[in-house]
Structure formats: structure tokens, C-alpha cells
Ligand binder design. Structure first.
Ligand code: ZN
Length: 174
């Protein structure tokens, strides 16, 4: 049985009841995450299954997916990153509790009422999915936004380093 996740919830209760949730949230709701993107359009879809893990720690195991827009740091043009990951999160009430967790489990700190917001719960995980430097995988994509303009770009690109060629490029266009 899958439920929608309320905006704030108690993961301890969710784990005790073996809840499974799925949610779709606009990227714009993740303020810290969207600040790293070129715009905040799009949505993030998440699924999670809650259970009580070892040492009675509440765990959420699930997956995240979504397409987000970033800027290529080589050509400064927009590019899309496909986020698709699995996660295992442990809900802790104190920072030092996080230190005892296995390496593949990420801690999420609950507030004093053992609650967490749906946003906080996923935001760190989303941020971890962004590459340290966002670059087009294929360098030729930086030069060629569309196949039709490839030729023009090849003439225009060397202009920064080789002045004579830029002049030649202009001549050829006329
Ligand atoms: Zn690029």
C-alpha cells in the first residue's frame, strides 16, 4: 500500500508501520538544490519504503528520479542531467548517532519532535547526485547546439585564439 507523503511526517512512526510512499515534488520546492541549477523547472519523483533497521534505527529505502537543468561549465550553455539513484537513509535524532551508521547509509537529522519535512528528507540526497563539475560528456556538444549550425560554429569558435581565421570566417559568410 502506497501513500502520499505529508509535507511533515514522523519517520519513526512510518518505519514502525512499514509505510511505503511515493511523491512527486516540483524542483522549485528544493531551495538549496535548485540554487545549484540553471533553473528550477521540472519535477523530482521519489519512492520510499520505511522500516526499522538494526539498532532500532528507522530507515527509508527508495529511489529518486528527475530531469534537471544545469549550465555546462565549459561552454556555459544549458544541459540536462538525468537524476536516477537509489538511497538508504537513516533517521537520527543526534549528530553523533550518524557516526555509527554503515557507510552506504546517509543520515537525516530529525527535529526535536522526531519529525522531518518531505523536502529535507530528499534534498541532501538530490544535491549528492549533482556532479562536482557539470560538463557536456561529449565536448563537440559544447560547440554544436544544433546540427545545422555546426559549420558556422567551426568558423566562429577559433575567433578567440586565432584572429586571422575569424576575419576569414566573416569574409566567407558574405
Ligand atoms: Zn558544453
Amino acid at each position: 500500500m502506497e501513500n502520499r507523503l505529508p509535507s511533515r511526517f514522523n519517520p519513526v512512526e512510518f518505519a514502525r508501520n512499514s509505510e511505503a510512499v511515493r511523491l512527486v515534488l516540483p524542483v522549485s520546492h528544493f531551495k538549496r538544490f535548485s540554487a545549484l541549477l540553471s533553473d528550477d523547472s521540472g519535477e523530482v519523483a521519489a519512492r520510499a519504503r520505511f522500516y526499522i533497521g538494526t539498532d532500532k534505527v528507522p530507515i527509508a529505502e527508495g529511489s529518486l528520479s528527475g530531469l534537471v537543468n544545469v549550465v555546462c561549465q565549459r561552454c556555459m550553455k544549458p544541459m540536462v542531467i538525468d537524476i536516477n539513484c537509489d538511497f538508504v537513509l537513516a533517521f537520527v535524532s543526534a549528530e553523533d548517532q550518524a557516526e555509527t551508521l554503515p557507510e552506504d547509509v546517509d543520515p537525516v537529522l530529525m527535529d526535536e519532535h522526531n519529525e522531518i519535512s518531505a523536502i529535507d528528507f530528499l534534498e541532501d540526497e538530490l544535491i549528492l547526485q549533482l556532479p562536482l563539475s557539470t560538463l557536456h560528456v561529449d565536448e563537440s556538444q559544447c560547440d554544436a547546439p544544433a546540427a545545422v549550425t555546426v559549420k558556422e560554429n567551426q568558423q566562429a569558435e577559433p575567433a578567440k585564439t586565432h584572429k586571422p581565421f575569424s576575419e576569414l570566417g566573416k569574409l566567407l559568410k558574405h
